[in-house]
Design a binder for this molecule. Structure first.
Ligand SMILES: O=C(O)CCC(=O)N[C@@H](C(=O)O)c1ccccc1
Length: 370
């Protein structure tokens, strides 16, 4: 019987438009995708949110690769049949490292679901349906460019606009978008940790613009500062980078630090944890949306399955493929006439990966035998 293999491809995927946030600018997405092949030859794919540097999360591409090689895969040796459950149990005593764990778990899960011809949406005990989606707008050079970008995205049919903000680029762009597109445009902002608790007077001035939420204004450990801002009952406070686990989500809810949570399955350790965070939020009346990390078709498809769950009441950052890529490693997802996307109906994430595209974008490949 052949040995199971775990391969990680590091891809360089050109973006159709530079993506700038308070943490920096990307023109090429540097991303890890993984392929797990089990002893029967069933393959599964997964994608990581890791960046080349610890830009958004403590983990990053090299730390994910090292943790998978040195710590995680040796824990799987000898298991005849791997499942997402067996992987979670094997990794349970390894503290932290959700991105590394999630990449392995999700690739094993995808193979498991394909082996049993089960779509991700069925595994999540949900039902496939069109998902209203939003768009995340980076920081441009000037307001005119911002308004042109937003106008184009609205023409594309997006149901919600998220603006990246940072000190010096906050009130003016929000005011300009409100004045140009009216008070009814579903609009939110994302600071990616760029502000300090001393900026509360400035951030409170965003309240006049009727935003859906203010995402991650402060550093990820500043739960009490987020709770104090939420207690002002102004713009709802949303956490992203602060929530790396189910425990983080529960603590944030208990402290009142999150009016909304942005769930990114790769950030929290995989789709099983993502579902449990969804469930806790739903039980506590905390709306969630599915976040994005400029996913390829692999992550985009799986996120669309997750976003079918009932607590995902806010449009997510699950844009059309063409928002980011002229060429992808799988099928292109484009908005329907209602501004919605729908997960593929196939088993697992439902995507048939284009191996030639993977090879074309790959700048490195790491092969591990379990
Ligand atoms: O539409 C998308 O996929 C991007 C949404 C987005 O803004 N993602 C940001 C974020 O801060 O949420 C991000 C991108 C890459 C990595 C981490 C975070």
């Amino acid at each position: 019987m052949p040995q199971p293999t775990f391969e990680v491809f590091r891809l360089a995927m050109p973006l159709v438009r530079p993506f700038r946030t308070s943490r920096g600018v990307e023109t090429v997405r540097d991303v890890l995708v993984a392929r797990f092949t089990d002893a029967d030859g069933a393959t599964g794919w997964a994608e990581s949110a890791a960046d080349p540097e610890p830009t958004y999360f403590p983990e990053y591409i090299d730390s994910v690769l090292l943790t998978i090689d040195r710590i995680l895969l040796p824990l799987l040796g000898g298991d005849d049949v791997l499942t997402a459950g067996s992987v979670r149990r094997a990794f349970a005593d390894v503290p932290g490292n959700p991105l590394a764990k999630g990449l392995v778990e999700t690739a094993v899960l995808d193979a498991q679901l394909r082996r049993h011809d089960m779509p991700m949406v069925d595994y999540l005990v949900s039902a496939r349906r069109p998902i209203a989606v939003g768009v995340s707008v980076g920081i441009p050079d000037d307001l005119d460019t911002l308004l042109a970008w937003v106008s184009g995205y609205l023409d594309d049919g997006y149901r919600r606009v998220k603006l990246k903000i940072q000190p010096g680029w906050d009130l003016a762009p929000v005011r300009a978008v409100r004045e140009a597109f009216g008070p009814d445009l579903p609009l939110q902002v994302d600071a990616n940790q760029a502000y300090s608790p001393a900026d509360v007077p400035l951030l409170s001035r965003l309240d006049e613009f009727g935003l859906l939420l203010l995402e991650q204004p402060f550093a990820r450990h500043e739960l009490l500062a987020h709770a104090a801002l939420s207690a002002r009952h102004g713009t709802p406070v949303c956490l992203d980078e602060s929530v790396l686990s189910l425990d983080d989500a529960m603590t944030a809810i208990r402290l009142g630090a999150a009016d909304v949570i942005n769930i990114k399955p790769s950030r929290v350790g995989g789709y099983l944890t993502a579902r449990s965070i969804h469930d806790v939020c739903l039980a506590n009346g905390v709306p969630v949306f599915c976040g994005g990390t400029l996913e390829t078709a692999v992550g985009r498809a799986a996120n669309l399955a997750l976003a079918t769950l009932p607590g995902f009441t806010l449009p997510g950052d699950i844009s059309a493929t063409s928002r980011y890529y002229a060429r992808d490693i799988g099928p292109s997802f484009e908005l329907d006439a209602d501004g919605c996307l729908i997960a593929p109906s196939g088993a697992g994430c439902g995507v048939e990966v284009d191996d030639a595209a993977v090879e074309a974008f790959a700048v490195a490949k790491h092969s591990f035998t379990l």
